[in-house]
Design a protein around this ligand. Structure first.
Ligand code: F6P
Length: 195
């Protein structure tokens, strides 16, 4: 069997405020998650030969990974969906300032591209090199972002473009993906860490 691990970063200051995008620091709860995750990984996974960690280049994933003892790689390709002109706004503010855009996104979330930003389709193409590597890797933990993890999970679990932008990716939870080499099956387990 082959196992991959995914986690969103711990709660960020922007998550607390309900703002999208940005490059915020972790909140105090987010820092607690970083401590719990490090304890979990260092005690259970850290001893697996070849275990490694990939994060985005944004502060919140790097801060989440900080105390994990494993080789780390930071990748721009794993940065969160670029929300363009909506960066730093709450969903309420987007609905108020850009009502037509807001409705268009609701109508076709996969193809909708934020003005001066990205769509889920753009993001899926951006993470393709990471996916190519993940298809042959074992014991990698990816610490990234909601939209990015939806793209990775959809590709690995064969979810279609309608489902992809709505895949449940809770905060403060390790998503463990086990692939059965023989049958080609894949099993997703959610491991919430209590903080
Ligand atoms: O709210 C956190 C966040 O990572 C935002 O930065 C990002 O725009 C959003 O999630 C993606 O989720 P959705 O596509 O559901 O808006």
């Amino acid at each position: 069997n082959r196992t991959l691990y995914f986690s969103r970063h711990g709660e960020s200051e922007y998550n607390v405020l309900g703002k999208v995008g940005g490059d915020a620091d972790l909140s105090s709860r987010g820092r607690q998650y970083a401590d719990c995750l490090a304890e979990y990984v260092n005690s259970t996974l850290g001893s697996i030969p070849g275990f490694k960690l990939w994060t985005s280049c944004l502060k919140r994933t790097i801060q989440t990974a900080k105390n994990i003892k494993a080789p780390q790689e930071h990748m721009e390709a794993l940065n969160e969906l670029d929300t363009g002109v909506c960066d730093g706004l709450t969903y309420e503010e987007i609905a108020e300032r850009y009502p037509i855009e807001f409705a268009a996104r609701d109508d076709d979330k996969f193809h909708y591209r934020y003005p001066e930003g990205e769509s889920y389709l753009d993001l899926l193409l951006r993470v393709q090199p990471v996916l190519d590597r993940l298809k042959v890797e074992d014991n990698v933990m990816v610490i990234a972002h909601q939209a990015v993890l939806r793209c990775l999970l959809a590709a690995l679990l064969n979810k279609d473009e309608k489902e992809l932008p709505y895949i449940h990716t809770p905060l403060h939870t390790v998503m463990q993906l086990s692939f059965n080499r023989a049958g080609g099956g894949c099993h997703l387990e959610l491991i919430p860490l209590s903080i």
